[in-house]
Design a protein around this ligand. Structure first.
Ligand code: AMP
Ligand code: ZN
Ligand code: FE
Ligand code: FE
Length: 277
């Protein structure tokens, strides 16, 4: 029998995924997923289309997003689950993140121009949360690089000549805002952190959970993170981080969250939705 699976980490065209919100719901059903959370970078714009579509198709959809934050110069992603889509705190949060992103993108474009690769803002693919993958795509279309991968490796990756991280929220402040919204803050893909001491400091922060099952990460690498979840009494989540064509080797549903955990998160969401009136 196929396991009950909820993929709680994926991206749509509202950020740097290549499937529309409706298409990703159709794909989730086709893959046999029993529930889904769309976690676009710094935006919940996908939910305008996703909510009615998921309802029509009968797929439980947990509101989520993936926040870009900073800790000791390291980029930290926080998965946020269970807020009401009407939460004013969340709406203000995504608005300020959008502004930060747009300012950061302009800096990257200026860096590229200085390197002799001119791309205008209006030449980037339209998205609520435009990011480096869109810039990489424009670089490829203009013939500056041969692939998106090459654009990151040579210019856009952290520490590369066109990189700019922009002004990001500190993890502590971000968790506080998430909690003000009555939502849950989950440390995303902890195995991708560059420094052990950063993980050590992060596990002392008031997160509610940690992403233990990720994309194609082998099962034998999950143990230390499952151990942290157990020690801290944190929720252990999982998801594919599906981006469609931007990460074509990772299929939707390749990692997932089991039913009991999903239901806990979904109940949390329903309570917030009821409280929002
Ligand atoms: P941004 O949020 O605009 O800084 O862009 C970050 C996103 O770029 C990540 O979520 C990935 O989807 C993508 N990304 C980061 N590094 C790479 C890389 N080396 N190759 C391809 N995509 C990448
Ligand atoms: Zn992404
Ligand atoms: Fe991420
Ligand atoms: Fe992601």
């Amino acid at each position: 029998m196929i396991e009950w699976r909820a993929d709680l980490h994926c991206h749509t065209t509202a950020s740097d995924g290549t499937e529309t919100p409706a298409a990703i719901i159709d794909l989730a059903l086709k893959c046999g997923l029993k529930a889904l959370s769309i976690t676009d970078h710094d935006t919940i714009a996908a939910y305008d289309e996703a909510v009615p579509h998921a309802k029509e198709k009968g797929l439980p959809l947990l509101p989520g997003l993936e926040l870009s934050t900073l800790f000791q110069k390291e980029s930290i992603h926080i998965l946020v689950y269970g807020f009401s889509l009407r939460s004013e705190v969340i709406h203000n949060l995504v608005l300020s993140q959008k502004k930060r992103r747009e300012e950061r993108n302009l800096k990257i474009l200026a860096n590229l121009k200085a390197l002799g690769m001119e791309i205008k803002e209006e030449e980037l693919q339209k998205s609520t949360a435009t990011g480096r993958p869109h810039i990489a795509l424009a670089m490829m279309e203009k013939g500056f690089v041969g692939s998106v991968k090459q654009a990151f490796e040579k210019y856009l990756g952290e520490g590369k000549p066109a990189y700019d991280g922009g002004v990001r929220m500190e993890v502590h402040d971000a968790i506080k805002i998430v909690h003000d919204a009555g939502a849950l803050a989950i440390l995303a893909h902890p195995h991708l952190l560059n420094h052990k001491k950063v993980l050590k400091a992060l596990v002392e922060m008031p997160f509610d959970g940690i992403e233990c099952h990720y994309a194609l990460m082998p099962k034998d690498r999950e143990a230390p993170f499952l151990q942290i979840a157990k020690q801290k009494g944190w929720i252990a989540t999982g998801g594919s981080d599906y981006h469609g064509q931007f990460k074509e080797h990772i299929p939707l549903g390749s990692s997932w969250t089991p039913q009991e955990t999903f239901e806990k998160l979904y109940d949390h969401y329903l309570r917030n939705e009821t409280a929002a009136g």
